[in-house]
Write a protein that binds this ligand. Structure first.
Ligand code: ZN
Length: 272
């Protein structure tokens, strides 16, 4: 990954004090400016490392919702390749759904993270993503093991179905609208619209106990998104469950299911 290639200047640089590790030789960027990479250790346990790169999007995963400081926050993993590497980038919040497959972008100010021996990048408040021309010599993309689906057959031990509303203008979701009002305003893009214009979205989080591995008493924590819930209800003549979330939760607790998963997100499911 190329490093942040903005030239240092007295006016727009942030100031940090710390120890520099892994200083690279000076490199020349494609725009002919000089730069180098390093890691700045601000205290003994925290590394702050920010970089920018031009990379092509090779894979886009389904957006997820994660609790962050007590608020449900949208995130989405993508896999990109640049001239030296293939790496995962986690897009947060407003940047979810901001890239398209096979397009190349300048990703500015990404933060470097390490978790379970994987180095990946995440967007920050100062990240900017802009479309650019294709790279000529990007590395070959390799599919990873996480892209092969797995199947769990088992029973649901706990479930919670939450409803949210998607604004068609900005595609962001939020937990509540005033359903009895004629109009509602999107809390993100501030666009006023008819209440029926908002798309109701269901998300199920559930714990599944596998039948195949009875001694493995760790239940799998799965997520089912709106499209898959809708598909299931339509294919199985269970549309009435879409209007009654408590009935739907109870239905899940009564049956044995086969869930096809990618990385704990359900891609499809059937009653056994
Ligand atoms: Zn909106």
């Amino acid at each position: 990954m190329a490093s942040n290639k903005r030239p240092a200047s007295a006016t727009d640089s942030e100031e940090y004090q710390g120890f520099i590790h892994g200083l690279s030789p000076i490199k020349i960027s494609r725009t002919n400016s000089k730069y180098f990479d390093f890691t700045l250790q601000i205290n003994t346990s925290n590394y702050k490392r920010v970089l920018s790169t031009t990379a092509k999007v090779m894979k886009i995963e389904i957006p997820k919702v994660q609790m962050l400081y007590g608020n449900p926050t949208n995130l989405q993993d993508i896999i990109v390749v640049d001239n030296t590497n293939q790496i995962r980038i986690t897009l947060w919040d407003a940047l979810v759904s901001s890239v398209q497959l096979d397009n190349t972008y300048n990703f500015e100010n990404l933060s470097v993270r390490n978790f379970k021996n994987e180095t990946y990048l995440t967007t920050t408040k100062s990240t900017k993503i802009n479309r650019t021309e294709d790279l000529n010599n990007a590395v070959e993309y390799e599919a990873t093991a996480a892209e092969i689906p797995t199947t769990i057959v088992g029973t649901v031990t706990e479930i919670k179905i939450t409803q949210s509303y998607m604004c068609k203008s900005c595609t962001r979701k939020f937990p509540e609208i005033l359903t009895e009002e004629k109009y509602n305003r999107c809390t993100f893009c501030q666009m006023l619209q008819k209440t029926e214009n908002f798309v109701s979205c269901l998300t199920a989080t559930l714990n599944v106990e596998s039948e195949d591995e009875p001694e493995d008493n760790q239940p799998s924590k799965l997520t089912i998104f709106n499209t898959q819930i809708n598909n299931f209800c339509t294919l199985n003549n269970k549309e009435e469950l879409l209007k009654d979330h408590l009935k739907m939760e109870e239905f899940f607790l009564e049956e044995t299911f086969a869930f096809n998963l990618f990385d704990n997100v359900v891609d499809s499911f059937t009653v056994m």
